[in-house]
Write a protein that binds this ligand. Structure first.
Ligand SMILES: NC(=O)c1ccc[n+]([C@@H]2O[C@H](COP(=O)([O-])OP(=O)(O)OC[C@H]3O[C@@H](n4cnc5c(N)ncnc54)[C@H](OP(=O)(O)O)[C@@H]3O)[C@@H](O)[C@H]2O)c1
Length: 243
């Protein structure tokens, strides 16, 4: 990936920092996005890495981010992982919680991808877009995933629609759908009982790692995946195929 310019939104998270490290190891330059510059410090001393703040709850911030990361030579690969979650059963989900999760995970994702896609189309050199979905996009959790699952189901549809519209421009749009990984977004659910229950449900008998969720993004951005578009790759140790 030497010479490749990649943008990783959500680079400060568990899976996002693993994605960023893998792209850097492969020789790409990476602009990482997220709200917390401090959380990007583990990557700060890597060559070819730069951090640009973005808040996916703010339309202005997303617009400024796209302008800033595109300036100069443009962007070859967008990997977008920034997401939020909410707690509680569907009957307790407030309108505010619903709107916040749908805004960050779906509406803002659409705006980001639309504006990056527009620039990739105009530049005429193709591109790769990798979104992060979830096993919850197709399979309900036992409790508490109404806004999050609905937002990720929307991401899966966007992948298919945008892949179809942008394939003639040489732009591939795919998603990675991870199974359960320990991270900030999952820590409020991750009691030891829950983790043990999850391990029992995974045919591989263990949880995945952030690195295992990151590798498919590198593949999807590589020349090896040049004819692959509109796909959602479930990376879950066999959970969904056995559900
Ligand atoms: N971990 C899992 O079990 C799991 C399972 C299925 C799918 N996924 C998906 O995989 C992706 C990465 O998850 P993860 O486990 O690595 O989560 P994580 O460690 O909590 O990281 C979440 C990332 O999203 C960013 N983010 C959250 N709200 C944001 C906002 N308003 N504006 C900008 N950035 C925001 C965070 O950055 P800042 O804090 O710096 O803002 C962080 O970089 C997500 O799309 C998630 O839905 C994860």
């Amino acid at each position: 990936m030497s010479g490749c310019r990649a943008v990783v939104v959500g680079a400060t998270g568990a899976i996002g920092s693993a994605v960023t490290a893998k792209f850097l190891d492969e020789g790409a330059s990476v602009v990482g996005g997220g709200r917390s510059r401090q959380k990007a410090e583990s990557l700060a001393d890597r060559e070819r890495f730069d951090f640009v703040p973005v808040d996916m709850e703010s339309q202005e911030s997303v617009a400024e981010f796209v302008e800033q990361v595109w300036s100069g030579d443009g962007v070859d690969v967008l990997v977008h992982l920034a997401a939020t979650d909410s707690q509680g059963l569907a009957l307790g989900v407030t309108d505010e919680e619903w709107s916040r999760v749908i805004e960050v995970n779906l509406s803002s994702t659409f705006r980001l991808v639309r504006e990056m896609g527009r620039r990739m189309v105009d530049r005429g050199l193709g591109g790769r877009i990798v979104l992060y979905s979830s096993t919850r996009s197709e399979f309900a959790g036992r409790a508490g995933f109404a806004p999050y699952g609905a937002s990720k189901a929307g991401v899966n549809f966007l992948v298919k629609q945008l892949a179809t519209e942008w394939a003639p421009h040489g732009i591939c749009v795919n998603a990675v759908a991870p199974g359960f990984v320990l991270s900030e977004i999952t820590e409020s659910r991750a009691s030891s009982e829950f983790v043990e229950m999850m391990k029992r449900r995974v045919p591989a008998n263990r949880l995945g790692t952030a690195e295992e969720m990151a590798s498919p993004a590198v593949f999807l951005a590589s020349d090896d995946a040049s004819f692959m578009t509109g796909q959602v790759l479930f990376v879950d140790g066999g959970v969904t195929c056995s559900s």
